[in-house]
Design a binder for this molecule. Sequence first.
Ligand code: DC
Length: 217
Amino acid sequence: MFNIIAIDGPSGSGKGTIAKEVARRLNYTYIDTGAMYRCVALKSLELNINEDEEEKIVELLKNMDIRLTNDGKTYMDDIDVSDKIRTMEVTSRVSKISCIVPLRLVMEEKQREMAKKSNIVMEGRDITTVIFPDAKYKFYIDCSLEERAKRRLEQNKEKGIESTYEEVYNSLKQRDYDDMNRPLGALKRTDDQHYIDNSKNTKEESVDEILKIVGEE
Ligand code: DC
């Protein structure tokens, strides 16, 4: 049996960076499940499949090979799509397709399979509640909407993307609503997750908090 560290949290909370660092420090495999959903969104766009052609979208995932590397790269059918899956077009498509229940069921199978091969740190929205509700270590990484918007605006500036605080704030708010109101796999806080508030912490402090809990129990 391999160890599972399950991490959920809202978009822009910093959970990806934290999960990646925890995996690196423990020498576990890092799995970004958002990237897996993004691959399906990308392929559906590439093949001109409409977002309501649910059966076709589920077939895409069934026939797709997704490989995630520990340095955060994403390969879809052996092609590096790490940048392509982060475009605005993919981001807006993925919110919709992640509501397709049969798609989530296939994801569930794929994600559970991944935990049979090595120790993992898996992050997403439903990892602590649906995918691995019995994981020994479950975390919810939170961050205030204001702080997330501030940080996202900075990142956009660094990447040369023009945006206003208001645009970034409203888009994150909408994504929170979508994430928390999905029919299956909605983002939820539960009593058995360790709650980490990344608004107040630096990345290093959040990583240390997780490592302390994992080491102590
Ligand atoms: O974490 P992210 O922004 O890359 O996730 C992309 C999308 O996938 C986002 O709209 C939420 C969705 N998602 C999901 O429904 N379940 C997960 N376990 C991970 C992501």
